[in-house]
Design a protein around this ligand. Structure first.
Ligand SMILES: [Fe+2]
Length: 386
């Protein structure tokens, strides 16, 4: 637990709309924020499925002229941001609406450069953005990343193949919308991967450097919801109760890590994403039990509490015994929802490990991990996770 005399700030969007049908008010909300011309940032899949057109119609019915930019990739890049910025400027937009999961990161990047000029690469790091962004409404379609409500963006530098991390309250979306109706279209594998990403946020936040009683409450509630509802959401994507609970889980996990920080699992998961374009949620899910096993000795009592939140009966166990059950419980859940057993299954090779490790040790998420990390630890964990 962080020291009692530490001062904490808590970051969340000004307004968060949640629940079945929450998206219907997007036009009214855009008007409320003073928007007249929106850039709707999304990906090709949501464009093809017709969901982007539905959102465009909702905005246009409220008098907001809307241009769709569907060039946001699952691992967003600086090139996506540059293309999106061109569309924003060419159409004289004054509000950004993002639709998707990682599309929010692209939208945040476009907003940074629209307000501050220059190139997106200049703003990587912590608190580097001087001017506020245009109003930003983030409509979520996955229950995982939480980028619709965080002060973080992760965008790949296409020259270095490193994920640049942008961390500043300036990029927190003004309004976040989590409508589970928009999540029913997610196939089981994506539901599983994004759900395990949410679990990773909550678990890492519960042991991260900037934890406080508010983030603790959010993290434990999120862990319980994921353990209880992710299998049902994967089993039947039309199960609205499971979709609704997972939307809350991801939002709670977002509140936790947006304020407490995250750790070694994300530091390591970012690298196969950046170097090899592997999906973020799957990388996290595979690495999560390994990262927890590494961190157990730093905070056994907290890992024991995570195990209990996942439904493990920890009565009569020592803290360390109960903490070890947490690793088991995560492995069990991963297997249940069909997560690949190791990184090799998604195409990571042993020969990739040196480059992945060199970048992971420099990732800012390492700063918030409860146990000090060396590059040898990282190399060993990647090897074990193959
Ligand atoms: Fe994540």
């Amino acid at each position: 637990m962080a020291l009692a005399e530490q001062v904490f700030e808590f970051y969340i969007p000004s307004i968060s709309r949640m629940g079945i049908g929450a998206v219907k008010e997007v036009g009214a909300k855009a008007t409320y924020l003073g928007g007249t011309r929106a850039l709707l940032v999304t990906d090709k899949g949501l464009s093809k499925s017709g969901m982007a057109d539905q959102i465009k119609k909702l905005l246009e019915d409220a008098g907001i002229q809307t241009t769709i930019f569907d060039g946001a990739e699952p691992n967003p890049t600086d090139l996506d941001v540059r293309e999106g910025l061109k569309a924003y400027q060419a159409n004289k937009c004054d509000i950004i609406v993002t639709l998707g999961g990682s599309s929010h990161d692209t939208g945040k990047g476009i907003g940074i450069v629209a307000s501050n000029g220059g190139d997106i690469r200049e703003y990587a790091g912590i608190d580097t953005v001087a001017k506020p962004l245009p109003p930003l409404i983030a409509i979520n379609t996955t229950a995982g990343t939480a980028s619709e409500m965080t002060r973080f963006a992760v965008i790949t530098n296409t020259d270095t193949h490193v994920k640049m991390i942008f961390a500043t309250p300036r990029i927190t979306p003004t309004i976040a919308i989590n409508d589970p109706v928009l999540m029913v279209g997610m196939p089981p594998a994506l539901t599983a991967a994004t759900g395990m990403d949410a679990l990773t946020h909550a678990v890492e936040a519960y042991v991260a450097a900037l934890m406080n009683p508010v983030t603790d409450a959010c993290a434990l509630a999120a862990i319980k919801l994921v353990a209880d509802w992710l299998p049902a959401a994967v089993a039947n994507g039309d199960n609205m109760e499971a979709r609704d609970k997972m939307a809350y889980a991801e939002f709670l996990a977002g509140m936790a890590f947006n304020n407490a920080g995250i750790g070694i699992v994300h530091a390591m998961a970012h690298q196969p994403g950046a170097l090899l374009n592997k999906p973020h949620g799957v990388c996290n899910a595979i690495l999560l039990p390994h990262g927890c096993a590494f961190n157990l000795i730093a905070m056994p009592k907290r890992f024991a509490e995570i195990a209990a939140a996942m439904g493990v009966n920890t009565a009569g166990l020592t803290s360390m015994e109960a903490a070890e059950k947490c690793v088991e419980a995560i492995r069990k859940l991963s297997k249940l929802v069909g997560i690949p057993a190791g990184l090799a299954e998604i195409g990571v090779k042993e020969s990739d490990i040196p480059a992945l490790s060199d970048n992971a040790i420099k990732d800012i998420c390492c700063l918030f991990n409860p146990r000090k990390i060396t590059i040898d630890d990282i190399r060993r964990i990647y090897k074990e996770a193959l």
